[in-house]
Every structure is written in structure tokens, then in C-alpha cells.
Design a protein around this ligand. Structure first.
Ligand SMILES: Nc1nc2c(ncn2[C@@H]2O[C@H](COP(=O)(O)OP(=O)(O)OP(=O)(O)O)[C@@H](O)[C@H]2O)c(=O)[nH]1
Ligand SMILES: [Mg+2]
Length: 290
């Protein structure tokens, strides 16, 4: 973590512009506060990537919110959506830089790509390069060291490993990063994490959640009753509605362990995997401040 920060700080001196890649589903939690601190006055372009997985309406809100502070673009590292705009922005910056050089020595633009793990930095680099130069993977921590790639028009792009920061001010931040696969699963309690995701979806995306798992109010009622019958401590007044939904999903999917116990862990993993793959719908977990 410290090493990557040093890597970014050191290379910042060599580049003309920073492209910050953020997961469009978590436009607050998905941005490393250290980057503001490190980058300061360099020109910056913010990419709301994985836009295919994010809620379109909310992406538009974020675009106008962040657009006030820096050039902000909506991208898709899989299909290449938004790449033409990014390219055009970089060309403008290169022209401006070359025109500003009194000496007339026309150096090509140097660009550094930064962002949290698994946000799609290497995928976007490959898109810019129009080839698979950088290794990509559906888990955090794929890119290890720095990698310069020269693209067709001569620009030099530096890919960097994803950086997280040592302490989350808000515990929600760590959760959001985990939901979107930017923190390794092994260090988290999967059942707890899945339950927390259901807790958010229950309020913000109830309809797609119910649709995905074929849930009805009747299913919930049954799950609530079964829960109460199973557990003496189940307090009717304070039933955890997210837990009831989780139990109803487990039943629907037949995730039952020997002894007719519900398999919470498998249910949680399924909901997390399906959220990450966009199978529950296009979801954005954070809204811009009013
Ligand atoms: N659905 C979707 N998936 C994407 C998009 N961009 C990248 N991915 C996927 O996200 C995963 C991570 O992509 P990478 O390009 O390796 O991410 P990275 O930011 O370089 O990750 P680290 O090197 O680990 O920091 C891969 O499975 C990509 O295929 C996108 O716009 N939409
Ligand atoms: Mg990478």
C-alpha cells in the first residue's frame, strides 16, 4: 500500500495527466481520498467505469456532480464505451501541451492511470492500446508493478496497481468496496457481507431483488414464520427483514444443509456474485450529496 503510494507519487512527476478510474456503482467509496491528496494540481480525468453495471439515472447524477470538479466520462472497459471521448480529451491535452512548449520540442503526452483495485484500469489501458498489453482479472490485485505502454498515436500510458488506503472513515466504505470486489473476499465474513448487501438492496432496489429471486410478500411471510418457529430468540417485534429475505432466497434456491438448516453462506455468496455480475440489475449504491 505504502509502496504503491510512493510509486504514484514518484511517477506523478513524469506524467502530464492523471486518469482516475472509479467503479460507477460506488462513486464515493470507490475513490481513494489519497489520490486527491497526491495528485493536487495535475490535470485529471475521472472515469465512471463499469457503467454497464451501474444505474443509468444515478450515473447521470454523478456525471453532473463530478463534472463540476474535473472532466468526467462514463466508460465501459469491456465494450469500449466512452473510449472515443477519452481519446479525444487526451488528444486535446496533448495539443495544448505541445503548443505551450516554447522550445517547440513536441513530446507526446504521458498519462498515468490510477484507481482502486479491480476498477478496470488495465482493461481500459488495453482498450486505449487496442491490444491486450496488460493483464486483467476479475479479482483485486492483478496488476503488481508499473507498466508503460505506448499507444498508436504515440502517447505513453502508465498502468499502476490498484491502491486502497489504510483507514476507512466510514465502515460503509469497506463494505461497498467488498460488494464490488475491490477487497479480497477471504478477509471478510461472507454471510455478514451478503446480508448487508441485501439490507441495502431491500430499500433501494427492492423490485429487482425480488424479481431476481422470484420472491413475493407471501414468501417473506413464510420465511418469517419459519424463522420464528426455529429460533426461540426470534423476536417478533424486531425481526431483521434483510435476514428474512435472505432466508426466503435460500429456500427459493434450495440452499439447504443437512438437518434442514438454511445455507446462509451459500446464499450470501450467490447474492454477492450475482450482484457483481450485474444479474440483479443495474445498481449504484451511492447517491451524490444534495
Ligand atoms: N462489467 C464490466 N466489467 C469490467 C469493466 N471494466 C473492467 N471490467 C472487468 O473488471 C475486472 C477487473 O479489471 P482490471 O482491468 O483487471 O482491473 P484493474 O483496475 O486493473 O485491477 P487491479 O490491477 O487489480 O488493480 C475484469 O474482470 C474486467 O474484465 C466494465 O466496464 N464493465
Ligand atoms: Mg490492473
Amino acid at each position: 500500500m505504502k509502496k504503491t503510494r510512493e510509486l504514484i507519487e514518484k511517477n506523478l512527476k513524469l506524467v502530464d495527466v492523471v486518469v482516475e478510474v472509479c467503479d460507477a456503482r460506488i462513486p464515493i467509496s470507490g475513490r481513494n481520498p489519497l489520490i486527491d491528496d497526491i495528485v493536487k494540481r495535475k490535470p485529471r480525468i475521472l472515469l465512471l467505469n463499469k457503467s454497464d453495471l451501474a444505474d443509468e439515472r444515478r450515473t447521470r447524477m454523478w456525471l453532473s456532480f463530478y463534472g463540476k470538479a474535473f472532466t468526467t466520462l462514463v466508460t465501459n472497459g469491456m465494450s469500449g464505451g466512452g473510449m472515443r471521448e477519452l481519446f479525444a480529451r487526451l488528444e486535446v491535452l496533448q495539443r495544448e501541451m505541445q503548443e505551450a512548449k516554447a522550445s517547440g520540442v513536441a513530446r507526446n503526452l504521458r498519462v498515468m492511470i490510477v484507481g482502486i483495485p479491480n476498477s478496470g484500469k488495465s482493461s481500459l489501458l488495453n482498450r486505449l492500446a487496442k491490444r491486450r498489453g496488460a493483464q486483467v482479472g476479475d479479482r483485486p490485485g492483478v496488476t503488481r508493478g508499473k507498466q508503460w505502454i505506448t499507444i498508436e498515436n504515440g502517447m505513453q500510458i502508465l498502468d499502476t496497481p490498484g491502491v486502497l488506503w489504510p483507514k476507512f472513515e466510514d465502515p460503509r466504505t469497506g463494505m461497498n468496496l467488498a460488494f464490488c470486489g475491490s477487497i479480497r473476499d477471504e478477509i471478510l465474513d461472507v454471510s455478514e457481507l451478503g446480508l448487508e448487501l441485501i439490507r441495502i438492496l431491500e430499500v433501494q432496489y427492492r423490485e429487482p431483488l425480488f424479481e431476481r429471486y422470484g420472491l413475493s410478500e407471501e414468501d417473506l411471510e413464510k420465511a418469517r414464520e419459519a424463522g420464528m418457529a426455529m429460533d426461540d430468540y426470534y423476536d417478533e417485534e424486531f425481526v431483521d427483514s434483510a435476514l428474512v429475505i435472505m432466508e426466503a432466497i435460500a429456500k427459493k434456491r434450495g440452499f439447504i444443509l443437512p438437518g434442514r438448516k438454511l445455507d446462509y453462506e451459500r446464499t450470501a455468496r450467490t447474492v454477492l456474485d450475482e450482484f457483481r455480475a450485474g444479474m440483479i440489475g443495474r445498481i449504484t449504491l451511492e447517491l451524490p450529496p444534495k
